[in-house]
Design a protein around this ligand. Sequence first.
Ligand code: FEO
Length: 400
Amino acid sequence: MSVIKLMDGLYSVGVLNPALRVFDVVMKTEYGTSYNAYLLKGEKNVLIDTVHARHFEEYIENVKSLVDLKSLDYIILNHNEPDHSGSLERLIKIAPQIQILTSPAGKIYLPFITNDPMINMRAVRDGETLDIGGGKTLQFIHAPFLHWPDSMFTWFEQDQIAFTCDFLGTHFCEPTMSDALVQYKQAYYQTFKSYFDAIFGPFKSYVQKGLDKLKALDVKFVCPSHGPVLRRGVFLEEAMLAYDDWSTPKRHEHPVIPIFYCSAYGCTGRLAVKIAEGINHVLPAATVSMYDLVHVSPCSLCETINEADAFCIGSPTINKNALPPVWELIHMLEGTNCKGRRAALFGSYGWSGEALPLLSTHLKSLNVDVFEDGCRCRFVPSETELQEAYDFGVRFAKSL
Ligand code: FEO
């Protein structure tokens, strides 16, 4: 059991998972995570969020230790990914009286998560309030794309608490649930940033809107759905300033053009070097950084991708395909706002060279502006092919 009393009438009933090292298959979680959920106990008993389905037993034990399940009045689902709504199906089987409140978009998704079309659910309007007795009210504030279209905040005016789900959260398992008691602050800040990059990097304009909504409130506490609670005077102001900074569009004085590649025998790597030289010949002040995807995990590159003005991707063809780390990078690209950005492809091949056409087709399906047909060489690049790679870099840079 992992109940933590946060203040009178407010309990953390979520579940800590310090051992988790990979979240949703793609996110590294070096410091674990927590699936946060909260209970507001009073005249009306209100749950905010559930937890991942595999932690249902601990979650329900937490809730049962505080209230009779029959006395649960509402559950608010601020966002309906299964890490937050995954236990709902089992919860409503044992507490069928509970009324589910979610956003209009959430109302569309939830029946597919619970597989229960008769679910006792109501969509709340933006700005709608809910009287929970004792002179206390909750207000629902729609906050789309933070992190899915269904996201909303729940504002508890009397205690000045904003329940923000993913917003201002992080994958960091803090057993006290308090930002003030975090022992490994650097690790916490590091995960706070990488979480922002991965989850909110593609949605920066929505982050600004979300911040504006919070700034319009007199928030003392933010209760997110991963990581510790943020308090005014501790980390809350700094966290909001950081989100503001990270989500404010920045004009690069000079273009930023990362080159991501894999190279089995160094051949594709040699093309990468020549393409970089060609780019820098035309754009000497451009930042052209090389990322060997064998040594740099694609999931750590969200910020780099988000900030790039254009980019290059290189892969040899092995087993008639591009290499897995390159596809992992492409998967990360799907979570970024890469639409319309220009990309150049390159790679060595031995026999049939499928990697580039496969990558090109996929990138085009993401509306990436793929430059020419790419730059290829067969096996080891000759001096002529290296010159062609250089010239390809020159043309690519001129096209930007
Ligand atoms: Fe923690 Fe977008 O779910």
